[in-house]
Design a protein around this ligand. Structure first.
Ligand code: GLA
Length: 387
């Protein structure tokens, strides 16, 4: 991939002298969905697929961007004096947002750059192509200008840029999973205080299979921000009767005790999901520690049911993929992953059942939905790096 992006860089920007190349992964969340902005736990991992970048400093303040994923858009030009979000800037709002966020933290970017990207994360799939691009940009800026920021800071800066610049109120999970990724490990992260633990994923005779529904999902135009406000409102109502900082502070029993303080059925369901999903995530990691992959799978399935019925973020495409997975031989667990409303499902499937699962679920999906899903057998990879 390094050769491909260097050759394209030379073609697009004249030559490839003094160009540096980088990579940042995508991520998949195994369990703990819509808990990260509720002070709960998540359990994501970085993937070996991700975003590749080739970058070079400029003498002036110009920014020139080119994406091999959106070749038709050509070179998109901007400047360090124009770090404001705009519709026309399209995908470049992500790297620009990170440059802006560095500035907000007192790390002004001293000179412009040419940046070429090539990602192999299916775009809009819910595998965090945007967070990958944010962390990649932060990693390049740190490498170019020697800022003293840790990988965890890169995650926080990425999230800050997404919240403040791109106006998506996302939690910390995606950027954290990407910036802190570790090969063959998932990250058990407590979003209340960012304490975390790496858990080895030893799936004997099984693999992680991602099914992409090909229903495009944009966080901005989805109901993501609405779900977040519903949880905030439910938390405020609960805080009138119990001393908690976040929904993640409650276990199932406490929730049942206090839930009537929440004044609407809808908000009660949203909060229930946040509380129960957090507890499921804790139990799932425990199950994995005990090598109980079967139990892990059951908790994944329960997570999907809750996301479908209480959080209401699935939709017919994701439900179909998951229901087909549940029917298939050799599937240990299956659920939607990411924000929902489209995007992907994640399943743990026994090695000898993978081909048949992809065949059957793929056929049933296409027959019901009218277009095909894509399947990827993925591997857990490391965080960002220089190539
Ligand atoms: C998106 C957000 C994350 C998280 C998930 C849902 O991926 O970016 O912060 O909230 O949705 O778990």
């Amino acid at each position: 991939m390094k050769d491909i992006i260097l050759a394209k860089f030379a073609e697009v920007f004249g030559d490839a002298q003094e160009v540096q190349t980088y990579f940042a992964p995508g991520r998949v969340n195994l369990i703990g969905e819509h808990t990260d902005y509720n002070g709960g736990h998540v359990f994501p991992c970085a993937l070996t697929i991700g975003t590749y970048g080739a970058a070079r400093k400029r003498q002036d303040r110009k920014l020139r961007f080119f994406s091999m994923n959106f070749e038709k858009l050509g070179v998109i030009e901007s400047s360090l004096d124009d770090l404001v979000p705009s519709k026309e800037a399209g995908w470049t709002n992500y790297p620009k947002g990170v440059m802006w966020a560095f500035g907000q933290r007192g790390m002004e970017i001293p000179c412009g750059m040419d940046l070429l990207l090539n990602g192999n994360i299916p775009n809009g799939s819910g595998l965090s192509s945007s967070a990958s691009l944010e962390v990649l940009t932060g990693f390049i800026l740190r490498d170019f200008f020697r800022y003293e920021v840790t990988n965890q800071d890169l995650a926080l800066i990425g999230q800050f840029s997404e919240n403040q610049f791109n106006k998506v109120n996302c939690g910390i999970m995606d950027q954290f999973a990407i910036a802190m990724g570790k090969k063959d490990h998932a990250i058990f992260l407590d979003t209340a205080d960012l304490s975390f633990e790496y858990a080895p994923i030893k799936l004997e005779n099984a693999k992680i299979v991602i099914a992409c529904s090909n229903k495009k999902r944009g966080l901005g135009d989805s109901k993501y921000n609405e779900r977040r406000s519903e949880c905030e409102a439910a938390l405020e109502e609960l805080q009138k009767v119990v001393r908690i900082n976040t929904l993640g502070d409650l276990d199932e029993a406490d929730f049942e005790k206090y839930k009537n303080a929440i004044g609407s059925d809808v908000r009660r369901k949203r909060a229930k999901h946040a509380v129960y999903e957090n507890q499921r995530t804790i139990q799932a990691v425990e199950a994995l520690k005990n090598n109980d992959v079967k139990r892990f799978g059951e908790l994944m399935n329960a997570s999907h049911v809750s996301l479908r019925d209480d959080y209401e973020v699935t939709g017919i495409e994701l439900d179909t993929l998951v229901e087909e997975a549940w029917k298939a031989e050799g599937v240990i667990g299956s659920r939607m992953t990411g924000a929902g409303f489209g995007g992907c499902t994640v399943s743990i499937v026994q090695d000898d059942a993978i081909d048949a699962f992809i065949e059957q679920a793929g056929r049933a999906y296409e027959a019901k939905i009218g277009y095909a899903a894509d399947f990827y057998v993925v591997e857990i990879g490391d965080g960002p790096c220089k190539l």
